[in-house]
Design a protein. Structure first.
Length: 348
């Protein structure tokens, strides 16, 4: 029905209750906010979700008694992962709908902050890529001239130690060219084909096991109901492998690397300026010491690394690949737990 289609596409969470305070309808935005499926919550009393600072029953009683909408601001809602999300709640009594007695609107107060942060991240990524492309052009042109001159000089020099010097010049010019190419990341647009994201994750884990051996403890937390996504398999493997490789390196001084790979779907999710009906969320979580605070603001910039021997290119390349898929790469880090999250649209 048209009305149901409208409700399903509203970005605010909508929950409908009957006179006994039981859930009779819920839209995808509310499911995503509470991390509860429609099948799991329909028929339950909303009061079963109650926590001390979200007085569902008292608010519903007041709305019924006074016959008007009641607003509660900045309340913490429980979610399935145990992390509360903060939202403004509007409880309105209904008079003209047969099976609904109350309508609850959930508007996450941190939603605008998250969207703004992610928009800034996307813009920063685009700015960085523009700067790197310009820098690469300025570097590769003189490098080509240096290499060509060294080759011509090598032909004029007698055989012996002098040609060793021209060989060094050529080798170093090639090394710098390769470094610039790595800064640019993949030089072709992804070939988007249907693929199973779990098959990609399992392939990455196989490679990680080969590298880390018994030191790696893996936890798989997959959502088997995820549909196929459209992506470039080779590029996504590279993006994920860079993140997993960082996790292994971050925990190399620990007796064990605990690695969790989790997949979920998110509905009505905004990436940059686009709101997607459905996105695939991939979390890569490790038990490392966390990201050094001094590099958090520039973590995805090329040549930024928390290790003295690191090149700082892995995350930059991963970010570029995800961005070319129309997705977003984000992270959350604290000592003992670092989580990199990839969001990939599933509605393209």
């Amino acid at each position: 029905m048209l009305q149901q289609d409208i409700i399903d596409n509203i970005s605010s969470g909508i929950i409908g209750l009957d006179a006994d305070y039981r859930v009779r309808m819920i839209n995808p935005s509310a499911e995503a906010l509470l991390q509860l499926s429609e099948a799991r919550i329909i028929g339950q009393m909303i009061c079963e979700l109650e926590r001390p600072d979200v007085p569902w029953r008292a608010t519903l009683d007041q709305a019924a008694e006074e016959g008007r909408a009641i607003v509660r601001r900045g309340l913490a809602l429980d979610t399935r992962d145990g992390k509360p999300t903060y939202a403004d709640i509007v409880v309105s009594p209904m008079r003209e709908v047969a099976y609904l007695a109350f309508l609850i609107e959930l508007q996450p107060v941190d939603r605008l902050l998250r969207i703004n942060k992610e928009e800034n991240l996307v813009h920063a990524q685009e700015t960085t890529r523009t700067v790197v492309r310009g820098l690469a052009h300025e570097i590769k042109n003189p490098l080509g001239g240096i290499r060509g001159a060294a080759q011509l000089l090598a032909r004029e020099l007698p055989q012996g130690s002098l040609q060793e010097y021209t060989g060094i010049i050529i080798q170093e010019a090639d090394r710098l060219r390769d470094l610039v190419d790595r800064l640019l990341g993949p030089n072709k647009q992804p070939a988007l084909l249907p693929l199973n994201v779990h098959e990609v994750l399992e392939h990455v884990l196989q490679l990680a096991v080969v590298e880390a051996g018994e030191r790696l403890a893996i936890v798989r937390d997959y959502d088997p109901s995820l549909p196929t996504i459209r992506g470039d398999r080779a590029q996504l493997i590279q993006a994920l492998l860079n993140i997993v490789g960082n996790a292994l390196q971050a925990t190399d001084k620990q007796p064990q690397c605990a690695l969790t790979l989790r997949s979920r779907s998110q509905r009505q999710f905004t990436i940059g300026e686009h709101r997607h009906r459905l996105v695939c969320q991939i979390d890569i979580i490790d038990n490392g010491p966390g990201i050094p605070e001094q590099i958090t603001e520039n973590l995805f910039a090329p040549m930024v690394s928390g290790r003295a021997e690191g090149t700082g290119l892995g995350l930059s390349i991963s970010q570029s690949i995800v961005h070319r898929h129309g997705g977003l790469l984000n992270y959350d880090s604290r000592p003992g737990e670092t989580c990199f999250t990839i969001y990939l649209p599933m509605d393209n």
